[in-house]
Write a protein that binds this ligand. Structure first.
Ligand code: ZN
Length: 168
């Protein structure tokens, strides 16, 4: 297991559309383990492979307060979404930014688990928001995309400034 480097907005690699996983093999399980370790090390509640520069449809989440309910999903997709709701969100790829995003309060997500078995998850609340957020990453979408143009531009400029300062 390894803690991987997380890409930061506006890195163009965060915009790639990830490819479906054809076989859930040892490599995919190792990737899921690395994503979990990276997520826990960063105190996040979710992480997508795209965020570490790997364009495969793999996500991990854990919204439990005890940090003991890891979920690794391969090829996840939102099969059903109901009831609009607003969530306060942040993202490990957009550090320091927290904004309200409109999503669905309840979703059903279909995916493969780490053994390649089919799973269907009924989620609501924070887990529903987190799953929608992570699945968005697999399509190159960030939560800031849902904000107004003015806010997006301000966040992008701040991110570029932060990156320049980190490089200097
Ligand atoms: Zn994110």
């Amino acid at each position: 297991m390894a803690v991987l480097d997380i890409l930061h907005h506006p890195d163009p690699r965060l915009r790639c559309v990830a490819a479906p996983v054809e076989t859930v093999d040892g490599d995919v399980r190792a990737l899921a383990d690395d994503l979990l370790e990276t997520m826990y090390a960063s105190r996040g509640i979710g992480l997508a492979a795209v965020q570490v520069g790997i364009a495969k449809r793999v996500i991990v989440v854990d919204v439990s307060p005890e940090r003991n309910a890891p979920l690794a999903l391969v090829n996840p997709r939102v099969a059903d979404a109901r009831d609009p709701a607003e969530f306060e969100e942040g993202c490990l790829s957009v550090p320091g930014v927290y904004e309200t995003v409109s999503r669905s309060a309840r979703v059903r997500v279909e995916a493969l688990d780490r053994d390649g078995g089919e799973v269907s998850i009924e989620a609501e609340g924070t887990l529903a928001a987190c799953l929608q957020h992570e699945i968005d990453h697999l399509d190159g979408r960030l939560f800031v995309d849902y904000l107004s143009r003015l806010k997006r531009e301000r966040i992008r400029k701040r991110a570029i400034k932060r990156m320049r300062e980190a490089a200097a």
